[in-house]
Write a protein that binds this ligand. Structure first.
Ligand code: NDP
Length: 316
């Protein structure tokens, strides 16, 4: 039978490119889990995805109720779940004041980490039940959260500290909107911190569930896709210069189509079944197991993050 893959944030950029790449193989039915139904419908049509090769379902990761509703709707649709890709993200690089999710959590960590944390936990059982030969749960990571790389050392650097801001609920009022508890808000750092959370969560899922369920848990850095909507809130000059800078200076640039193929590989390639891995690609577009920074692979921090996140999303 065809595999069924749920991809969050499949209405643009990497998520859309991966949705297209998987649907085109004919081996996958793609559930596009998106906050803007019309935008997703237009995007799928515009990308030339064949009717019947995908289903759009509403999911707003900035609301935990919406995450729960999505899971109910997915169950009602009666489809199996063979692969889940936590891809959606927001990035507010120039923001100096926080915005908040429906549940009152700082938006970058709320959407990129907490929404996905709840989604992954609620859908784990479905992955476990599936009879598909290789079931996978993939969470997008990034080089920017990895301080063992050059890009990860561009200030502001990621850092969760002792997670005191998260423990306080990331509310901003009478507390901090930043995970490390700092008083001032920095949108760029909040995004990088959320990506560390994504990579720690993947490893904690692996430690807790891989042996028992056989599910493959993986993360990846798809390369710098300098043209996606992720940079929509950056200053215009940055948006103009960033793609050529990545193309000609750092040579880290990848097209949306190439990045989509990479993510599709992590979903379906028979050779990428190893669990607990953070995949990257070299200059010849060959995949390899990459190293995470000390903080992004700290098991004690991962456990603490897991426990605090459970409380914030109402699982504990
Ligand atoms: P885009 O901005 O193009 O896509 C992000 C997607 O997330 C969009 O579909 C967006 O929806 C969706 N989204 C945002 N907020 C929510 C929400 N509240 N609920 C549901 N969906 C939401 O970015 P990219 O394709 O570049 O990023 C995809 C992933 O790749 C991210 O996890 C990012 O961290 C990662 N990544 C990207 C890199 C890059 O260079 N671009 C490098 C490394 C990692 P909408 O269309 O409605 O706005």
């Amino acid at each position: 039978r065809q595999g069924v893959v749920v991809i969050t944030g499949a209405s643009s950029g990497l998520g859309l490119a991966a949705a297209k790449a998987l649907a085109e193989t004919g081996k996958w039915h793609v559930v596009m889990a998106c906050r803007d139904f019309l935008k997703a419908a237009k995007a799928a049509k515009g990308a030339g995805m064949a009717e019947g090769s995908y289903t759009i379902m509403h999911l707003d990761l900035a609301s935990l109720d919406s995450v729960r509703q999505f899971v109910d709707n997915f169950h009602r649709a009666g489809m199996p779940l063979d692969s889940l890709v936590c891809n959606a993200a927001i990035y507010r690089p120039t923001a100096r004041t926080p915005t908040f999710t429906a549940d009152g959590y700082e938006m970058s960590v709320g959407v990129n980490h907490l929404g996905h944390f709840l989604l992954a936990r609620l859908l784990l059982h479905d992955l476990d039940k599936s009879d598909y030969p290789s079931r996978r749960l993939i969470i997008l990571g990034s080089i920017t959260g990895n301080t063992n790389t050059l890009a990860g050392n561009i200030p502001p650097k990621a850092g969760l500290g002792d997670l005191r801001g998260l423990a306080g609920g990331l509310r901003g009022q009478n507390g901090s909107a930043m995970i490390d508890g700092s008083e001032s808000f920095d949108g760029a750092k909040a995004y990088k911190d959320s990506k560390i959370c994504n990579m720690l969560t993947m490893q904690e899922l692996h430690r807790r569930y891989h042996e028992e369920t056989g599910i493959t848990f993986a993360s990846l850095y798809p390369g710098c896709i300098a043209t996606t909507g992720l940079f929509r809130e950056h200053i215009p000059l940055f948006r103009l210069l960033f793609p050529p800078f990545q193309k000609f200076i750092t040579k880290g640039f990848v097209s949306e189509a190439e990045s989509g193929k990479r993510l599709a590989q992590v979903v379906s390639d028979p050779s990428l079944t190893k669990s607990g891995v953070y995949w990257s690609w070299n200059k010849d577009s060959a995949s390899f197991e990459n190293q995470l920074s000390k903080e992004a692979s700290d098991p004690e921090k991962a456990r603490k993050l897991w426990e605090l996140s459970e409380k914030l999303v109402g699982l504990a």
